[in-house]
Design a protein around this ligand. Structure first.
Ligand SMILES: CC(=O)N[C@H]1[C@@H](OP(=O)(O)OP(=O)(O)OC[C@H]2O[C@@H](n3ccc(=O)[nH]c3=O)[C@H](O)[C@@H]2O)O[C@H](CO)[C@@H](O)[C@@H]1O
Ligand SMILES: C=C(OP(=O)(O)O)C(=O)O
Length: 421
């Protein structure tokens, strides 16, 4: 099992390239099921998760080919089968999003429930209700969803989400694109990844309006075209490296970062005393010497503070002057990085959905354990800022969502390497 070894204390200086967004790419890959024509995704991140989704799509009969640079070519000329087994779906939850496209294209699908993960139970009830609103008949038994569409195929309808679920919004959009007539999604999620999927579906021939607002309208078609689509930049990777630069007192340009996609984070970082500003083709982050100030945050659906950057922000706050209160409102178990940060000398106490972080003057390196994707990178950030050596174990969590992490960090001065047992 791989581990990452960090000699802390180096300031990060220079440029860090931002890759395509994991949380968009996975759904864009599922969209390739909606057409029998070739689909090319540019700016694709090379990640464990995207490779895993490619493996599932290949099992369904899709040709999947990594092209030059960051291109992925997909072609679902025919669908070989409409079955996604537990053994695959349980390993990467976003594979569950193939259910809607398979149902819309083939009229039926049998897909395993994804189950929970480290950060929470993560049910998919809103996904299933959305598909039922499009006419799907859904049966859940023995851990599987058996879905069938009406004889004439899915029919556009009204979907009113009780919570602005990202996955349920995207799942509804994917199915609605091949449903007959208009679908309206109320209380839709507003994340930039939703707009990215909307742009792709529109280019495939299913006009999508209102993405980025809480009401989305999709004009379903009876067939869709192939497309070449550029994956939006990863705002969570951007947030992660911005916080790493701030934690080490560095000065970097995040190449390709979109200023507009992280405004809640920028506000929190600026209040903490970090310089953050739009720069040519990206965002500049700098902290030259000034002590960090403690800032309270509360995670919220977009455009609020992103839950996927909460662990990374906590790492920064461990070194701030004063006390920061961090409230996690999206997932019920997303503080597993706290006890590991404490091993590095942080002073954190967790009370239900709140973590109280009392800043300390310094962190000291130690062996720590990654528990989930964003918790793992929170430990990397703390290790970069700590004195001495930090060893982060179980880095397979990291590989799910961060492309070439060691190379990107060592490229701007970090002393970081990966070792395999
Ligand atoms: C692959 C991907 O894009 N993952 C992102 C996606 O996850 P995901 O799409 O799973 O997140 P959701 O927005 O759906 O989930 C948010 C909350 O709603 C609950 N819920 C969700 C669906 C449902 O049917 N029933 C239900 O109760 C979840 O348990 C969770 O507590 O959005 C999250 C919130 O921004 C991010 O943290 C994840 O990185
Ligand atoms: C929770 C995350 O991803 P997933 O929904 O794939 O688990 C994440 O990207 O932080």
């Amino acid at each position: 099992m791989d581990r990452i070894i960090i000699q802390g204390g180096a300031r990060l200086e220079g440029r860090i390239p931002i890759s395509g967004a994991k949380n968009s790419a996975l759904k864009l890959m599922a969209a390739a099921l909606l057409t029998d024509e070739p689909v090319t995704l540019a700016n694709m991140p090379r990640l464990a998760d995207s490779r895993f989704m490619g493996h599932l799509l290949a099992e369904l009969g899709v040709s999947v080919e990594e092209g030059e640079g960051a291109e992925l070519r997909l072609h679902a000329a025919t669908i070989a089968n409409t079955y996604a087994p537990y053994d695959l779906v349980r390993k990467m939850r976003a594979t569950f999003n193939v259910l809607g496209p398979l149902l819309a294209r083939e009229g039926r699908a049998r897909v395993s429930l994804p189950g929970g993960c480290a950060i929470g139970a993560r049910p998919v009830d809103l996904h299933l209700k959305a598909l039922e609103a499009l006419g799907a008949r859904i049966e859940v038994s023995e851990g599987y969803v058996d879905a069938t569409a009406p004889a004439g195929g899915l029919v556009g309808g009204e979907i009113d989400l009780p919570f602005a679920s990202v996955g349920a919004t995207e799942h509804a959009m994917l199915a609605a694109a091949l449903a007959r007539g208009e679908t309206v999604i109320e209380n839709a999620a507003c994340e930039p990844e939703i707009a990215d999927l909307a742009a792709m579906l529109t280019a495939m021939g299913a006009p999508v309006e209102g993405a980025g607002s809480s009401t989305i309208r999709i004009q379903g078609q009876n067939r869709l075209k192939g497309v070449r689509h550029h994956v939006v930049g990863d705002r969570i990777e951007t947030a992660t490296y911005a916080l790493a630069v701030a934690a080490t007192g560095g000065d970097c340009i995040l190449d390709g970062a979109q200023w507009a996609h992280n405004k809640a984070l920028w506000r929190a970082m600026i209040n903490a005393g970090v310089t953050v500003e739009p720069a040519d083709q990206g965002v500049r982050v700098a902290r030259n010497g000034a002590r960090l100030q403690a800032v309270d945050i509360e995670t919220q659906p977009y455009p609020g503070f992103p839950t996927d950057a909460q662990a990374q922000f906590m790492a920064l706050m461990t070194l701030a002057e004063g006390t920061s209160v961090i409230r996690e409102t999206i997932f019920e178990n997303r503080f597993m990085h706290a006890p590991e940060l404490t091993r590095l000398g942080a002073d954190i106490s967790v009370h239900g959905s709140e973590a109280v972080v009392r800043g300390v003057p310094r962190l000291r390196g130690a062996p720590v354990m990654a528990t989930d994707l964003r918790a793992s990178v929170s430990l990397v950030i703390a290790g970069l800022a700590a004195e001495g050596e930090t060893v982060v174990n179980r880095v397979y969590h990291l590989d799910r969502g961060f492309e070439r992490l060691e190379a990107k960090l060592s490229g701007c001065g970090a002393r970081i390497e990966r070792r395999s047992d």
